[in-house]
Design a protein around this ligand. Structure first.
Ligand code: Z15
Length: 841
């Protein structure tokens, strides 16, 4: 370590070194100190939010210590680091996670009780960090948790949006978007006003010849924006390793605002410049699986990528190594195509700024990057117009053209005279206007490309990236099936189940080696274990029922079968299939005699999820769900037999309440459309079963838990294309049961039929692209099978226990280890836990 403090004075530092809370007294001392000094309050005005603030600051003090030590350790060991570039990190709340990972939640609970607070209420005060849309952003958050827990030297790089994903309100059955201003009080971020990077946009390129006759490009003029780093500590579970998530915030390059302009009377334009700069990191684009080609979005991408690469290169240069060793020190993972400009930016740094030869630079670039693809949906594949590039990033466009030229030349050499092939794989699409295909650029600029579940990885190899498999060979393409962190999604969300599992697996090791879950299968017939299992599920349902009552006013019976679909609203995820099925159930119940009805199994259909603000059909689906709920929930004939609720503002912290409370959850995307899905894993891990299509990770879940423990239905991916083809426009007949559902909607049962006409015509008249009608019968039948299975409560519990026991594969720890070995070539940096500044409580 650098000897900034001379030897004689170090004694004082060591004497006063911050350490873990010895006991709850020490914790209470810190909380009271923060209330009375940091917050300038007292016991006479300490409300729950002040208690949250003080408790967070007390834990933050401990985290910071390990965070600094981790950074020092990783720097001095000179080990290779991985940098995870993601436009989204859907972190959720940090306090509970910090307490559990440090292992001192018990201390905090007792300490807060002494001070007059319930820990649950204190935790509830925290605003979610919601810097993401859905699965892709949450995956990034799970990965950070695993990277730290497994002691990998790793940093996340993202954008510090002032507004995260909007808050959803449901007003009169419609979604209303409210801005999510979350930075009012955020104890988990550390502004680094000394860590800044100037980022250039627009301008022109001039070429000159240097002394040796080499052409050199100079990117000049344009405008400059400043990137300021904000760091967020990411604690690992039961390890001192605390990694860093660095988020960039934009501000005017001239500081607050341009004083020169201000002094010369141009007040308005000096403020406008400042606002324009701050706009770059102002708001997260709220689209999931959709790209809309807006200039500001491309600006966000370059701003974040350029700042991150500058930072990474700056760190590498300190090591004084040769450039060719860059890929031995640095692995960069591209989370989808959003950071693909990093490929171009690194090439620019190496060639234009560092003076490397093109080929040498390109070798370094390709060996540094890996690219993860998360979708095959055409509307989600990023393309940017050449014109926009030329305007915003003129030098980058030239480099892209050169990358493409050399790539196409190599293709031509390997496959002579195949002009079609060249057109198909060109990074530049020769359309009107010309477009840059970002996925192709990412493939060409990376040494590995992976999909996120087996079916998905096979599909990209045989469809959208088929030509690239021929060109680069199959080894460049690989699969890493997604996973989830068992710390948040089992231990934190479902503490009682975690406790119960602990009694059968011999301690907490299953939280770091999830395959140990298989030990609970030995207890599947243990009466006490089964009883406790059922009690926990019921308690979790009671908790959710309370939340439903408080947030929607609807009373639901906790002993009813809870049927849950929570995820972004999208036609391909088929919430419309679900609500049509619910309507079918309602019509069936209505047609029964009161005596027959008494024999039916009560159900609660629970929906949640946000629609992109511009996604008209998704909003119509939300409106129909709410309208059906309004009718069904107030129908005296139906009573408890069917309730339909839409939970407002689904987010990570709500998922932690909902996931442990489900009996059955719906993962019913049209086969071949959902790359993986990750909530499917969360639900099964929490002792719920799933109804699903043969899509994404459902297939691997089935392989693990066994076909008897999952309810699969619907057409297969391999048949989708033919089915679509057979839906000759306007001529295809709708499933008869579904036709009755449409009749009910069109006769006004759920309000003005015009409000839902789009959903019906999509199926009936516009080719039913998502195969709702094709899968309807099989869907309804499978729900009937589920009812029967649930009546046999003993059989049901056996299925649940068996499934949980077999879920070990889906830990994000397994997933991260696969990336580390197969793509990043990095090793964990082992830590001596006793060498940590924290006492484990
Ligand atoms: C997103 O959330 C996903 C893919 C995307 O291309 C975009 Cl832009 C957003 C999701 C997939 O839809 C989901 O199947 C997958 O589990 C998740 O990424 C994580 O890989």
């Amino acid at each position: 370590p650098p000897a900034s403090i001379p030897e004689p004075q170090r004694e004082a530092w060591l004497k006063h070194q911050v350490s873990g809370f010895k006991d709850k007294d020490a914790f209470e001392t810190d909380v009271v100190r923060h209330v009375e000094t940091t917050l300038a309050r007292s016991m006479f005005n300490c409300d729950e939010s002040a208690a949250y603030a003080a408790c967070s600051l007390a834990f933050r003090d401990r985290l910071v210590l390990e965070w600094n030590r981790t950074q020092q350790r990783q720097t001095f060991s000179d080990s290779k680091r991985v940098y995870y570039l993601s436009l989204e990190f859907l972190m959720g709340r940090a306090l509970d996670n910090a307490m559990l990972n440090i292992g001192q939640k018990d201390v905090a609970k007792a300490g807060l009780a002494d001070l007059g607070f319930r820990i649950e209420d204190v935790i509830e005060q925290e605003h979610d960090a919601a810097l993401g849309n859905g699965g892709l952003g949450r995956l990034a958050a799970c990965f950070l948790d695993s990277l730290a827990s497994l002691n990998y030297p790793a940093w996340g790089y993202g954008l510090r949006y002032r507004y995260g994903i909007f808050k959803q309100e449901i007003i009169d059955g419609y979604q209303v978007e409210v801005p999510d201003y979350w930075l009012d009080f955020n104890p988990w971020e550390f502004p680094r006003h000394d860590v800044t990077v100037d980022i250039q946009f627009y301008g022109n390129v001039h070429k000159s010849t240097d002394g040796s006759g080499k052409t050199v490009a100079h990117w000049e003029g344009g405008e400059t924006v400043k990137a300021v780093a904000y760091d967020v500590p990411v604690p690992g579970y039961a390890t001192p390793t605390t990694n860093n998530l660095r988020l960039w915030s934009s501000k005017a390059a001239s500081g607050e605002f341009d004083f020169q302009k201000f002094n010369s009377g141009e007040y308005e334009s000096s403020v406008a410049d400042q606002q324009r700069a701050e706009t770059i990191s102002a708001v997260l684009y709220p689209n999931d699986n959709l790209e809309r080609g807006k200039e500001l979005r491309l600006k966000q991408q370059y701003f974040w990528v350029a700042a991150s690469l500058y930072d990474i290169v700056r760190r590498f240069k300190k090591s004084k190594r040769a450039w060719k060793e860059f890929p031995d020190q640095v692995a960069i993972q591209l989370n989808d195509t959003h950071p693909t400009l990093a490929v171009v930016e690194l090439q620019r740094i190496l060639v234009d700024l560092e003076g490397l030869e093109w080929d040498e630079a390109w070798n370094i670039v390709v060996n540094t990057f890996g690219y993860t693809n998360h979708t095959v949906l055409p509307e989600a594949l990023e393309k940017w117009s050449v014109g926009l590039f030329q305007h915003l990033l003129p030098r980058h466009l030239q480099i892209i053209y050169d990358i493409n030229l050399f790539f196409l030349q190599s293709v031509e050499r390997a496959f002579p005279n195949d002009r079609d092939l060249l057109g198909r794989v060109s990074i530049i699409e020769e359309s009107q206007p010309k477009m840059v295909r970002m996925a192709f650029l990412a493939i060409v600029g990376s040494h590995k490309v992976n999909g996120v579940a087996e079916l998905h990885s096979d599909l990209i190899k045989t469809t959208i990236f088929k030509d690239f498999v021929n060109i680069f060979g199959p080894d460049k393409f690989t699969n890493v099936t997604n996973g989830i962190t068992p710390r948040r999604w089992l231990h934190q969300a479902n503490p009682r189940l975690s406790e119960l599992i602990k009694t059968k697996t011999g301690g907490e090791d299953f939280l770091t080696d999830l395959t140990l879950l298989n030990k609970i299968e030995l207890s599947v017939n243990d009466k006490d274990f089964r009883k406790e299992w059922a009690e926990i599920k019921l308690a979790n349902k009671v908790r959710l029922a309370k939340h439903i009552k408080a947030s929607t006013g609807v009373s639901v019976n906790p002993s009813a079968l809870f049927d849950v679909q929570v995820k972004r609203i999208h036609e391909y995820k088929r919430q419309q299939l679900n609500i049509f099925g619910v309507i079918h159930r309602y019509l069936t119940l209505k047609a029964l005699t009161p005596d027959e009805r008494k024999k039916q199994l009560p159900r609660v259909s629970i929906f949640g999820g946000k629609a992109a603000p511009g996604y008209w059909m998704a909003k119509q689906i939300i409106h129909l769900i709410n309208s059906v709920g309004f009718v069904v929930n107030n129908d005296k004939d139906i009573g408890d037999l069917l309730k339909v609720v839409f939970l407002e503002d689904y987010n990570v912290s709500k998922a932690e309440i909902i996931t442990p409370a489900s009996d059955i959850s719906e993962h019913i995307s049209t086969a071949g459309t959902e790359a993986s899905g990750t909530s499917n894993m969360k639900f099964v891990l929490n002792g719920g079963l799933i109804i699903g299509t043969c899509d994404g990770a459902n297939i691997e879940i089935t392989r693990e838990v066994g076909e008897n423990n999952i309810f699969l239905f619907g057409n297969l991916a391999e048949d989708v294309e033919d089915l679509r083809h057979s839906h000759t426009y306007g001529a295809h007949t709708v499933d008869p049961d579904l036709a009755k559902v449409f009749e009910a909607i069109e006769s006004g049962t759920f309000g003005d039929q015009q409000d839902f006409a789009g959903m019906i015509t999509a199926v009936r008249d516009h080719g039913d692209y998502y195969l709702v009608s094709d899968d309807f019968h099989s869907y309804i039948e499978t729900h009937a099978i589920i009812d029967e299975a649930y009546r046999d409560q003993e059989g049901w519990i056996t299925k649940c226990i068996t499934s949980v026991a077999r879920m070990g594969f889906f830990s994000s720890d397994r997933c991260i280890n696969e990336y580390a070995e197969g793509i990043w070539n990095i090793e964990p940096l082992p830590v001596d836990k006793s060498d940590s500044g924290l006492g484990k409580g």
